[in-house]
Design a protein around this ligand. Structure first.
Ligand code: HMG
Ligand code: MG
Length: 306
């Protein structure tokens, strides 16, 4: 098996994890969580979203969270931005990397951002222009790249064409999303083989609904991709993708890659402690398998999780 010597993990739990929880975590606990993740060695953290609070009330406190956050040198703190209004709010909060987000399928796009795919690209044009003017990096998310909760299976060519159009806006990075966690290694290989964007600027965003996310990440890593989105504890899901589980747990990727001799730079006990704390705030046990297996061997295992 040919794997890269190291991978870069982009921590998305503060955004993807918390956006889908019934419980709204207070801003102070979100800030402590992000700071603990940085302390655990995660060098890029998706902190929140500057979206409509009517659509995602869980992240309505985005400006407050950024305002209170103590930022570490060398760590990228990013946020989702769907439109110019979101971009203005992000700039006011001093955000240095934003993510626009669209989808390979029209129905999901409409349900998630109330725009067609073409309308979303139009809406992102001024966002990307503003980002370039201010030296802000732009990630472009392509959701439903492997399957859609409304349209079913997505042919790799359809996703590859959508990815190309998103990249052509001037995105610095793409993140290819298996929003509902239906992909398996052959499908991953098929789509990634069609992408015409640099591998070192392409992240893979696997949700773990069917337990295939770690296998998918390894498939991508064998093809030379080394950037992976993951969620501390495995929390997450999209409010507009019913039934989807969280992202692959950061703990599960750290365990699997380190075990395979691939460096992640993440301190497992510190990460575990951050995941436990956010689990307590959510009154939920983190779904991560590696955390469940290794957690009892780590300090501070006494929790009141259900
Ligand atoms: P809309 O209702 O069509 O837009 O929503 P609107 O322009 O009519 O705005 C509605 C209200 O929201 C207005 O307020 C606006 O001012 C306000 P009102 O006049 O009614 O009081 N508004 C905003 N407020 C704050 N910040 C903003 C903003 N924009 C409008 N940026 C819109 C369109 C795009 C705004 C909405 O659909 C939206 O916010 N969607 C976001 C949904 C979302 O965050 N989904 C989850 C993230 S995507 C995901 O999880 C997938 C991913 O993880 C990858 C994967 O797994 O595949 C990334
Ligand atoms: Mg997601």
């Amino acid at each position: 098996m040919t794997l890269p010597p190291s991978v870069f993990l982009i921590e998305v739990c503060p955004r993807d994890g918390l956006q889908n929880e019934r419980e709204i975590v207070p801003a102070g606990k979100k800030v402590a969580f992000v700071e603990a993740l940085a302390e655990a060695g995660l060098h890029e953290i998706e902190v929140t979203s500057f979206v409509s609070p009517k659509w995602v009330p869980q992240l309505a406190d985005a400006a407050e969270v950024f305002g209170k956050l103590k930022r570490r040198e060398g760590v990228v703190y990013s946020a989702l931005v769907p439109n110019v209004k979101g971009m203005e709010r992000a700039i006011a909060s001093g955000v240095r990397k934003v993510a626009v987000f669209t989808a390979a399928t029209e129905t999901f796009c409409k349900k998630n951002i109330n725009m067609t795919f073409a309308e979303s690209l139009q809406a992102f044009l001024p966002v990307v222009a503003e980002a370039k003017k201010n030296g802000i990096a732009v990630r472009g998310y392509l959701s439903t790249a492997f399957g859609c909760p409304y349209e079913g299976n997505v042919p790799p060519t359809q996703a590859a064409i959508a990815a190309r159009r998103l990249a052509d806006l001037g995105c610095d990075e793409l993140s290819i999303g298996d929003t509902i966690g239906v992909a398996a290694p052959p499908g991953v290989e098929a789509l990634l083989g069609l992408l015409k964007f640099p591998k070192d600027r392409t992240a893979l965003h696997f949700h773990d609904t069917h337990g295939t996310a770690v296998a998918n990440a390894f498939t991508a890593a064998q093809m030379g991709f080394s950037r992976f989105d993951s969620s501390a504890g495995g929390f997450g899901g999209c409010p507009y993708a019913p039934g989807a589980a969280g992202n692959v747990a950061t703990e599960d990727l750290v365990y699997a890659f380190e075990k395979a001799g691939v460096k992640t730079g993440v301190d497992f006990p510190k990460l575990a402690s951050a995941s436990r704390a956010i689990g307590e705030a959510l009154h939920k046990r983190p779904p991560s398998k590696a955390l469940a297996a290794l957690g009892p061997m780590l300090p501070n295992t006494e929790t009141n999780l259900k």
